[in-house]
Ligand binder design. Structure first.
Ligand SMILES: Cc1ncc(COP(=O)(O)O)c(C=O)c1O
Length: 387
């Protein structure tokens, strides 16, 4: 009997160690990890450079609080701001905290409290981020949400236009809705959003918690769209497994988040900063990011080819190495079957398999995953006659 709250539907498997794209269980069975701890270990498990940076850091200093200067915060902020082209950074410990910071900043700066979010979005589990999340199942049982959020269908510009009123302060969105089913926003929609933000002087918050840090083949996914966000939020891949989050906002917000306006005891501590600095240093490289796009295309092509043999595949969606395979069947049992065959994948809703492999995986590992997927699909759809 576990002494943990049963908030997760955990599998019994207990991984003992990991190296690169592989994880190993107690019997030393090898698993190809196409989930990366849900878009976290973007450079694979135990990347030697990050291990080295953390080991050195562990032996020198861990934590002093934000009452003192931490140079590593400045160095990392410098890298992040260069990618964002103007801005200031607030460090925290998770995606939901980054979004809380963004919501507080946008509320305080705009003085307006109606924020528009999208149906099927996911922004986190604390009260602000939960209210921003356009899924009633996330709100159920918790009473009144933080007021002011309304939700419109994603990729529906007219619905968004109709929702804006004189109290609207901001729009928050994901460039690709991750938890919502790997739903890719279209560029006309984004162009319309940008125009509406300009016209109505709305702040634009882009939640890059899942799509950011190279996942889609650019440092931030919005770079491949006409969006020009005022605020972005990061976490997941930022520390390659070490918990760290960040909110980056334009410099114009400096007086809004003035001394005492927001804070975090742990945010930006030495360990988090050394892991994140090393991670960003490796990912924020044009050749590396280009390789993510190329590997993504390779994986997409291989999956699209499978549609001929498996008409149960209704769509392959995503960008870079964030991929959704939508089936005309629930995927839960397939996830188990893939795991039995040594491949770890995730889901995004009932009918979508979600692939989020490490960004530095090899083509050979992509081929290996494809052959496991084919084998499992053949067994599931052809041999066991599931249609
Ligand atoms: C887009 C997005 N925003 C926010 C979050 C919440 O992040 P965390 O679980 O680190 O609080 C997630 C987590 O899945 C996410 O995908």
């Amino acid at each position: 009997m576990s002494n943990l709250f049963p908030t997760y539907n955990k599998k019994t498997i207990n991984f003992q160690n990991g190296k690169g794209t592989y994880l190993y269980d107690a019997e030393n069975k090898k698993y190809l990890d196409f989930l990366s701890g849900i878009a976290v270990c973007n450079l694979g498990h135990c990347h030697p450079k990050i291990v080295d940076a953390l080991q050195k850091q562990v032996e020198s200093i861990w934590h002093v609080s934000n009452l003192f200067t931490i140079h590593k915060q400045e160095e990392l902020a410098d890298l992040l701001v260069k990618s964002f082209n103007d801005g200031l950074v607030f460090f925290c410990n998770s995606g939901t905290e980054a979004n809380e910071a963004a919501i507080k900043l946008a509320r305080k700066h705009s003085g307006k409290f109606h924020f528009i979010s999208f149906k099927q979005s996911f922004h986190g589990r604390t009260f602000g981020s939960m209210a921003a999340t356009g899924q009633s199942k996330i709100h159920e049982g918790y009473g009144e949400m933080l007021s002011g959020f309304t939700y419109v269908p994603y990729n529906d510009l007219n619905a968004l236009m109709d929702e804006i009123n004189e109290n609207t302060g901001a729009i928050i969105l994901e460039v690709i809705q991750g938890e919502g089913g790997v739903i890719v926003g279209n560029n006309d929609f984004f162009e319309g959003i940008q125009a509406l933000c300009k016209k109505h002087e709305l702040l634009l918050i882009v939640d890059e918690v899942q799509t950011g840090v190279g996942r889609t083949g650019t440092m931030f996914a919005y770079e491949q769209t006409p969006l020009n966000p005022d605020i972005i939020t990061l976490a997941k891949g930022l520390g390659n497994g070490f918990p760290v989050g960040a909110m980056i906002g334009k410099k114009k917000f400096a007086t809004t988040f003035s001394t005492g306006a927001h804070g975090s005891t742990f945010g930006g501590n030495y360990l988090a900063m050394s892991a994140a600095f090393e991670t960003i240093n490796m990912i924020n490289d044009l050749t590396f990011l280009e390789s993510v796009k190329e590997k993504g295309e390779y994986l997409f092509n291989k999956l699209n080819e499978m549609k001929i043999e498996f008409p149960q595949i209704t769509e392959i969606r995503g960008k870079g190495l964030m991929v959704g395979i939508e089936l005309n069947n629930p995927v839960e049992k397939l996830v188990e079957l893939l795991l039995d065959n040594g491949l770890i994948v995730g889901t995004a809703g009932a009918n979508v398999l979600r692939l989020l492999p490490p960004l530095n995986l090899s083509y050979k590992e992509i081929d290996e995953a494809i052959s496991i997927i084919k084998k499992a699909f053949s067994f599931y759809f052809l041999d066991s006659k599931v249609h």
